[in-house]
Design a protein around this ligand. Structure first.
Ligand SMILES: CC(=O)SCCNC(=O)CCNC(=O)[C@H](O)C(C)(C)COP(=O)(O)OP(=O)(O)OC[C@H]1O[C@@H](n2cnc3c(N)ncnc32)[C@H](O)[C@@H]1OP(=O)(O)O
Ligand SMILES: CC(=O)C(=O)O
Length: 524
């Protein structure tokens, strides 16, 4: 069980699920909870039982299907309605019956919200808090209180906001999490208010939204001011601009401020966990996310690479391995010799200074014509092999290719491609049909080569991106095609550039097949 002196409290399954476009099934919620427990968070807020059947079901299934090693489940809900007893409020009953050891109650702490949104008196709101907290405590549940709009409330009526905090603490709430519900706060002012709340004598937590882009900074400022309970969401999910990214918060506190929040081994697994959660939520991972993003330790500028060659710490704030991420070199027209040398080493090649120089020149020249190698590692490796081996031996030589697109009498569009290749001393002609010209070419080239290279059966074209460069030239614009291919062990990307989209696609396709054969360990 996690240390109770400082809480890492995750609200992905409740506030994270309030993100536009994010929709989790009960099975998804259970899967995310297991990942969060693997990270070692102390509390997982599972949702609002009683508010919808899915969240009620989550808490029911969690009792038998979740075997949490670190975390405790928290059920979220509101204080009782005005004018009824907590014991008689059906939503409070759902919290009581959720099976969760912890209940987090949202309560109004802003006087205007009490009067306008709850449409009750300030005294009745305090009674709602007192009554609900003490009722759930008496039922044996631990209670935390989310003081909604606390910072805006404090600015409007500090005495009342602090009265809410004291009332909850006196009734038995262990933590009063101060919520920047509208996400409008900046760190300095927020820290001052947290300091005042801590002085009032309660254990204070912090719950920040990212509407000013300061949710993580505000959370860290609150901790500095005395908060000992941090709330946030995996990958920064949440209502509007999101919540404080819990991964960033944990990494900052543990690696920069010396807190011992999650096991080191779990922290070193954080990048995998962050990506595993995106698989469940079906939200594209933010490659620029701090610590866990694919680009978080990717270096593009030549000057950076030249210093990194001497010591990676010169251009990195931490060792990426501490959060399970990796340093990557990007090769582009911003690369210098060091970038290319390090990228070559990453790929398993020790390049001579002459080869490095030639490669830098070829990359800069090709990028000026529209190629992009940072997005096409496989094309860069083929270029590197050409440079090192003079003209690299080929698995196959292309004599010609042709594509016909036909609109049939019935209105159907059919593409037919013919490729003529030479491989292993044979001349092979093959024809493929597809729903588009690239699909037809892909089928034809595999048909031609699969009899000689059966491993091509595993190759799959998984993504195809087209970009028109210099589009002011109208039909003379250059087309760049990026193809991502996969086999049963991984993915690779190739690039083609030409005035004609089919020609650019063919270049990327031909390299994809060649690289696939090299990956499979095929000699020419
Ligand atoms: C800041 C936050 O993000 S808190 C989390 C918010 N999350 C959600 O709202 C998602 C889940 N919510 C729901 O499913 C529904 O809103 C429910 C089931 C909770 C309530 O639904 P309904 O009964 O139809 O009420 P409705 O949503 O229209 O309004 C909310 C009611 O809760 C009351 N309320 C709001 N905050 C509180 C509070 N802290 N304590 C007690 N009552 C509250 C409002 O005054 C309003 O009361 P009214 O019905 O008398 O007008
Ligand atoms: C409780 C909550 O989610 C908020 O005030 O933002």
């Amino acid at each position: 069980m996690a240390d109770d002196r400082f809480h890492v409290y995750d609200t992905t399954l409740r506030d994270g699920a309030q993100q536009e476009g994010l929709n989790l099934t009960v099975a998804d919620k259970l899967a995310v909870a297991r990942h969060l427990d693997g990270l070692g968070v102390g509390f997982i807020e599972g949702g609002w039982p009683g508010a919808n059947p899915k969240d009620t079901e989550f808490f029911r299934r969690a009792q038998t299907e979740l075997d949490l090693k670190h975390a405790q489940l928290a059920a979220f809900g509101a204080t009782r309605r005005a004018g009824v007893k907590a014991a008689d409020d059906p939503l409070v009953a759902a919290l009581r019956e959720s099976g969760a050891p912890v209940v987090t109650l949202v309560a109004k702490s802003h006087d205007r919200h009490v009067e306008l949104a709850l449409r009750t008196t300030l005294q009745e709101n305090l009674a709602m808090i007192r009554d609900t907290v003490s009722h759930l405590r008496a039922e044996g549940q631990r209670v935390f209180l989310d003081a909604e709009h606390f910072f805006d409330g404090y600015k409007s009526n500090p005495a009342y906001a602090l009265e809410v905090l004291r009332t909850a603490a006196e009734a038995g709430a262990d933590v009063i999490a101060l919520c920047d519900t509208n996400g409008g706060m900046l760190p300095d002012e927020l820290a001052d208010i947290v300091h005042e709340a801590v002085q009032a004598g309660a254990r204070v937590g912090i719950h920040c939204h990212d509407d000013t882009g300061c949710a993580v900074a505000n959370t860290l400022a609150a901790v500095k001011a005395g908060a000992t309970h941090v709330q946030g969401c995996a990958n920064g999910y949440g209502e509007r601009s999101g919540n404080a990214n819990l991964f960033t918060v944990v990494a900052n506190l543990q690696l920069k401020r010396g807190f011992d929040l999650v096991p080191q081994a779990a922290l070193a697994d954080m990048t995998r966990i962050a990506h595993a959660i995106t698989e469940v939520t079906n939200v594209t991972p933010n490659s620029h996310a701090p610590y866990v993003g694919m680009s978080a330790f990717a270096h593009k500028a030549g000057l950076h690479a030249s210093a990194i060659k001497v010591d990676p710490n010169l251009y990195q704030h931490i060792d990426p391995a501490a959060v399970g991420n990796d340093m990557r070199m990007l090769v582009s027209d911003m690369a210098g010799r060091a970038s290319v040398e390090l990228k070559g080493r990453e790929m398993g090649y020790e390049l001579t200074p002459e080869h490095t120089k030639t490669l830098v020149e070829r990359v800069k020249d090709l990028e000026s014509k529209g190629f992009t190698f940072e997005a096409a590692d496989a094309s860069f490796e083929l270029l590197l092999r050409d440079t090192v081996a003079g003209e690299r031996k080929r698995h196959f030589e292309v004599e010609s290719w042709r594509v016909i697109v036909e609109r049939t009498k019935g209105g159907e569009l059919v593409s037919e491609a013919t490729v003529k290749v030479h491989a292993k001393g044979e001349r092979i002609v093959a024809t493929g049909e597809g729903n588009g010209p690239v699909n037809a070419l892909d089928k034809a080239v595999r048909l031609a080569l699969e009899q000689l290279y059966p491993e091509l059966a595993k190759l799959e074209l998984v993504d195809f991106k087209v970009r028109i460069l210099e589009d002011t030239h109208g039909t003379d614009a250059i087309t760049r095609v990026l193809i991502t291919s996969s086999d049963d062990t991984g993915e690779w990307a190739t690039v083609g550039v030409a005035e004609n989209i089919i020609d650019a696609s063919w270049q990327a396709l031909e390299q994809a097949v060649t690289y696939g054969l090299l990956r499979a360990g095929r000699d020419c």
